[in-house]
Design a protein around this ligand. Structure first.
Ligand code: SF4
Ligand code: SF4
Length: 214
C-alpha cells in the first residue's frame, strides 16, 4: 500500500512518545550532561597516539614512518620525523615524530590511519566534548595533546586493546628468541693450539731461553 512505511514509522513514534510516560524502556533520552548513556565499545571519534609506560615522550609507539600521513584521505595528519633516534618503551632505538599534528576540524573519523599503522601506534578515541572557541589552533592538536596511555586505550576499547597487547607481546618474544638464537649460534673465539713443546698459547711471545739458561 502506498505510504504504508510512513504510517508504520509514525505509529512507532507515537508508541514511543506515549509509552515513555509509563515505561522507562521507551524513554530513550537522558538529562545530559548530568546523566550520560554508556558508550558502546566500538564507538570512535578522533585518533590519539598510544604510549607505553609512564613517560609519554619516550613511550610513544609511533616511529614516524609516514604511512598514516600518506593514507589519510583529507590529509589532516602532519608529521615531521626526528633526525636522531631514542630508545622506545622496550629500549630499542627508534626514530620518533618531532612533530605530529592532526587537524581534527578536517578529520572525518574514517579510522584509515589506525588500519594502516604497522606499529599499533594510533587508535581511535571516544571523547566527544571537544568544542573550542578557536577554530584554528584550538582544533589543531599536537603530539602532546594526542598522546594517551595504553591504560586509556584499555579503558575505552578493552577487547581490542587486550588483543593488541597479546600480539605485541608475541612479536617481542619472537624478536627476543631470534636475538638469543643468533647470539648462541655465533662461534666462540677459537683458542690458539699449543705449540710442539706443549707450551701454552702465549709461548710464542715468551723470550727464548739462552744456552746458559738451559
Ligand atoms: S602513527 Fe603509525 S603509521 Fe603513523 S607515522 Fe606513526 S608509526 Fe607510522
Ligand atoms: S581518522 Fe581518517 S581522516 Fe582522521 S586522521 Fe585518521 S585517516 Fe585521517
Amino acid at each position: 500500500m502506498f505510504g504504508e512505511g510512513i504510517l508504520k514509522g509514525l505509529a512507532e513514534t507515537a508508541r514511543n512518545f506515549l509509552g515513555s510516560y509509563v515505561s522507562k524502556k521507551r524513554l530513550t533520552t537522558v538529562q545530559y550532561p548530568e546523566q550520560r548513556l554508556p558508550q558502546i565499545e566500538a564507538y570512535r571519534n578522533f585518533p590519539f597516539l598510544v604510549y607505553d609506560g609512564d613517560d609519554w615522550q619516550q613511550g610513544l609507539r609511533c616511529v614516524s614512518c609516514f604511512i598514516c600521513e600518506k593514507e589519510c584521505p583529507p590529509k589532516c595528519i602532519i608529521i615531521e620525523k626526528s633526525t636522531d633516534k631514542k630508545p622506545d618503551a622496550v629500549g630499542k632505538l627508534q626514530f620518533y615524530p618531532k612533530v605530529f599534528n592532526i587537524d581534527v576540524s578536517v578529520c572525518m573519523s574514517c579510522q584509515i590511519c589506525v588500519e594502516v599503522c604497522p606499529f599499533d601506534a594510533i587508535k581511535m578515541d571516544t571523547d566527544f566534548e571537544l568544542s573550542s572557541t578557536d577554530r584554528f589552533s584550538g582544533l589543531l592538536w599536537d603530539k602532546k595533546h594526542l598522546a594517551k596511555s595504553n591504560e586509556h586505550y584499555h579503558k575505552i576499547h578493552p577487547t581490542e586493546a587486550a588483543a593488541v597487547d597479546a600480539q605485541l607481546a608475541a612479536e617481542r618474544a619472537k624478536i627476543a628468541a631470534k636475538t638469543k638464537a643468533t647470539a648462541e649460534a655465533k662461534p666462540a673465539t677459537p683458542t690458539p693450539p699449543a705449540n710442539a713443546n706443549g707450551a701454552g698459547p702465549n709461548a710464542a711471545n715468551q723470550p727464548v731461553p739462552t744456552a746458559t739458561e738451559k
